[in-house]
Write a new protein. Structure first.
Length: 358
């Protein structure tokens, strides 16, 4: 790796995205800030209205940087996962607040950023998102009561290129600017025993550097890696503890067709990762899966979905879940830690791409 890309990644790792991150940014305020900063630095960034949601809310994109290596970053495909959108808003804002300091990064790469692909879903999840803090007790109850997750057939991640207006807007913008060397779709988990990084199968065994950097970042945050082998179910193939391949629409369809559920199978189209690869080149595609809440003591034979279902049932029945929280040793993953994980993952993915250039 030449000195210039190396210097750009050193600068990226130092980007203070977690400074003063006690709460999630408000989407409208963050969009206004990004718009103003982009207007102040037209040689470095452009703020673009790429489309509208089903309910008429704006879908915004930011082009950041001047480099030849094109990188697509998006978040919000699952609207109950707010950390990814928050990271992308902070990433753009901090870089544009001090563009001279990050000149090497902005000369080496050009980022095409969509902070939130599903603003209608973000609006429906605002009640619990706005109460966020690092005390798991009351927050997990608010999350379980109010989190809204869209089902297959409405899932933006598996709706490319044209299932919803949101998919059409995002796909058209990516098509206009592709191909890309890197694509990140930032996701999360509600409750989990650890962190997970998904790597598209064409890069699965070419991404040893990315995997090692992710392990290092997780250790620095005292964050366990999620270790479960799904045996290829729905396209999730096991690479190592904490690492799977990204899922595919075809594998999702095959999973449900094998169960004679053709109606559900028909609801899955392509993922954003599949769509970006269809634009050409050989992009490294990754998906971050960081939990909002960490389980320290997962019940034997249970997984995250079983724990969430049990807690939701108890809340619906008017029962207190404080004892469950204690038994599970449930705690929040601090927002600052999650933001640093996203930053280090992006940096590691860029490092992996540059290393692969020879």
């Amino acid at each position: 790796m030449s000195d210039r890309p190396r210097n750009s990644l050193d600068a990226l790792n130092a980007l203070p995205v977690s400074a003063d991150a006690e709460r999630f940014l408000e989407p409208d305020e963050a969009a206004d800030r990004m718009r103003r900063l982009a207007a102040r630095h037209p040689d470095t960034a452009q703020f673009v209205r790429i489309g509208e949601s089903e309910e008429g809310r704006p879908i915004d994109g930011v082009v950041l940087g001047r480099g030849n290596r094109r990188v697509s970053l998006l978040a919000g495909n699952h609207a109950d996962e707010p950390v990814g959108p928050d990271f992308l808003r902070r990433f753009v804002t901090v870089a544009l607040n001090r563009p001279d300091e990050y000149g090497a990064l902005l000369d080496a790469f050009r980022f095409f950023v969509i902070p939130h692909t599903n603003p209608d879903g973000a609006f429906r999840n605002r009640a619990w998102r706005q109460t966020w803090g690092d005390d798991a007790g009351g927050i997990v109850t608010e999350y379980l009561r109010h989190a809204v997750r869209e089902p297959p057939g409405r899932d933006v991640e598996f709706g490319f290129p044209d299932m919803r207006p949101e998919n059409r807007a995002v796909a058209a913008w990516l098509r206009e600017h592709g191909p890309f060397v890197l694509h990140g779709s930032l996701h999360g988990m509600g409750i989990s025993a650890g962190a997970l990084l998904l790597i598209e199968k064409n890069w699965g065994y070419r991404a040893a550097l990315l995997q090692e950097r992710f392990r290092q970042a997780a250790r620095a945050e005292d964050l366990p890696l999620y270790d479960r082998n799904r045996q290829g179910e729905k396209g999730f193939f096991y690479l190592a503890p904490g690492f799977w391949t990204t899922p595919e629409g075809s594998a999702m369809r095959a999973f449900f067709e094998a169960r004679d559920d053709n109606e559900t199978a028909a609801l899955f189209r392509s993922s954003s990762m599949e769509y970006v690869r269809s634009l050409g080149g050989d992009p490294l595609c990754y998906v971050t899966e960081l939990p909002l809440f960490l389980v320290g003591d997962m019940p034997p034979g249970s997984g995250s979905q079983q724990v969430i279902a049990k807690l939701r049932l108890r809340i619906a029945q008017g029962e207190d879940i404080d004892e469950d929280i204690e038994q599970l040793r449930l705690r929040t993953l601090p927002l600052k830690a999650a933001l640093r994980m996203h930053l280090r993952t992006l940096s590691a993915a860029l490092e992996q791409v540059v290393a692969g250039e020879g």
